[in-house]
Design a protein around this ligand. Structure first.
Ligand code: NDP
Length: 476
């Protein structure tokens, strides 16, 4: 057997280091490299006994230590740093070698890189990796794109390190070139929406019922025992239950209420605008974070009048209503995210299998949830499903939830509590159900001021009305 390493990892910050450890723990001989050698030495010193590591102190050494075709995982800061690494690495490689970019790259960059490397015969795989540092170590959800020949070569290795749900590893070949990073981007967008919905639910329990954070933690634990069971609900209960050591106050009360973001949520919304794929839940979550951090606007709004009083609903009923509203809004957020993947798949020619995407999100990643099994089943039964909202199971869930959902939105408005996620999800639901939309009036307005024309419900063709003249209609 060759004494060469099976795979290499360059970039040994928290993610790369844990991914390298995961590979080594699963029996792969891993060559490891970092721009500054301290991280390589630290990895060997702290975790060298976990498996077979081959330290490399230059990319040339890394490349020379690998069996062929070489497999190199790049796990560095996304953007310029990834290009810098590729610029140095690729000239050292041979045809058929594989470079896996496992960072959070923008899928447009991945498309560009894949095309550039393909010209040199090097196979480039943009792989979304979710699960944070724990996931990277114990089993992430992996979303690889790129050529299928590269995936076939990597598959056994990736399956050995991915999260496992009931014997199925959470990895699949998502599609060509940037498909993997695209799906990872939408995953992160959905994560934003899900977190926002949960945060609004907490705010309602507190603002309407006067729940303490610890009481809300209990409520979220009870939600976690039911159909809302998920990683995010679980950690929400943990965070709400946590007491600040310094002050003895609930942790959530001493944290500055300005949510930050690294950009994948924003990318998701930017791309959704390009694709004309409405992801209002994700957009509201991104805007909610931006607004939370906009101290100038918040200062300008502070002191604006709120409601003069509202009737507090019965406690048990309201908790049940909130659970229904959260579940229904979550269905909408995921439906919108999967729509965007479908739209992206169509626009870029990827043929992404939505059931497989739902399947690999069931474990390892931040949005892992029981619920994803139902989404997988919905797309397995009907791969052409136009919207998750039309699936029979989800339809029934929404039908069962809608009265509670409406009461929650009304109560939030009465109490003056902002619920952009939950309210916009209900608006989306009502938009989809509507037989007629006021878009007809918008068309009339557009035709009035800009002669933008309109189509009619009863006759084919494109029409314009002479608004400034005799108001006669003619075909445009
Ligand atoms: P960082 O994103 O903080 O990146 C640090 C690593 O990038 C270090 O190894 C650093 O090397 C290297 N680096 C930075 N600039 C350059 C450069 N110009 N040339 C060569 N190497 C460079 O590390 P993380 O481990 O947090 O993340 C790695 C990737 O994984 C990122 O793309 C991130 O978006 C993605 N990711 C992160 C997750 C997380 O939970 N943190 C989850 C999923 C994906 P040096 O030590 O020499 O400075």
């Amino acid at each position: 057997m060759s004494d060469k390493a099976h795979i290499g990892v360059t970039g040994l910050a928290v993610m790369g280091r844990n991914l390298a450890r995961n590979l080594a723990r699963n029996g792969h001989r891993v060559a490891v490299h970092n721009r500054h050698r301290e991280r390589t030495d630290e990895l060997l010193e702290l975790f060298g006994s976990e498996g077979e590591f081959v330290p490399s102190y230059s990319l040339r050494e890394l490349v020379d230590s690998l069996e062929r075709p070489r497999r190199v995982v790049v796990m560095v800061k996304a953007g310029g740093p990834t290009d810098a690494v590729l610029e140095e690495l690729v000239p050292l490689l041979d045809e058929q070698d594989i470079v896996v970019d496992a960072g959070n790259a923008n899928f447009e960059d991945t498309r560009r890189r894949e095309a550039e490397l393909a010209e040199r015969g090097v196979r480039f795989v943009g792989a979304g990796v979710s699960g944070g540092e724990e996931g990277a170590l114990h089993g992430p959800s992996i979303m690889p794109g790129g050529a299928s020949s590269a995936y076939r070569d990597l598959e056994p290795t990736l399956r050995s390190i991915a999260a496992d749900v009931e014997g199925t590893p959470c990895v699949t070949h998502v599609g060509p070139d940037g498909a993997g990073h695209f799906v990872k981007m939408v995953h992160n967008g959905i994560e934003y929406a899900d977190m926002q919905l949960i945060a609004e639910t907490y705010d309602l329990l507190r603002g309407v019922l006067g729940h303490t954070p610890a009481q809300s933690a209990e409520t979220f634990r009870s939600f976690d025992r039911g159909r809302l069971n998920s990683y995010l609900i679980g950690i929400t209960a943990e965070v709400l239950d946590h007491t600040d050591e310094r002050t003895g106050r609930p942790f959530v009360d001493v944290v500055l209420d300005q949510a930050e973001q690294k950009g994948t949520g924003r990318w998701t919304v930017q791309n959704a605008l390009e694709l004309a794929s409405p992801v209002s839940g994700i957009a509201e979550a991104v805007f909610a974070r931006s607004l939370s951090g906009n101290t100038e606007l918040r200062a300008a709004g502070s002191g604006l009048p709120g409601p003069r009083g509202a009737r507090t609903p019965e406690r048990e009923q309201f908790v049940a209503d909130v659970e229904q509203a959260l579940y229904a809004s979550k269905i909408v957020a995921y439906a919108q995210g999967f729509d965007q993947i479908r739209a992206g798949s169509h626009a870029y020619g990827w043929e992404i299998d939505l059931a497989s995407v739902a399947a690999i999100w069931r474990g390892g990643c931040i949005i892992r949830a029981k619920f994803l099994d139902r989404i997988r089943a919905a797309y397995e039964q009907n791969p052409g499903l136009a919207s998750l909202l039309a699936d029979e199971d989800f339809r029934q869930a929404l039908s069962g939830a809608q009265e509670s959902w409406r009461r929650v939105v009304a109560t939030a408005a009465e109490f003056g509590l902002p619920t952009p996620g939950i309210s916009s999800a209900l608006a989306y639901y009502d938009t989809l159900r509507a037989e007629r939309l006021p878009a007809a009036l918008v068309q009339g307005q557009r035709d009035y001021f800009g002669a933008h024309t309109y189509r009619r419900t009863d006759v084919d063709g494109v029409f314009h009305t002479e608004w400034a003249g005799d108001r006669s209609e003619h075909e445009a």
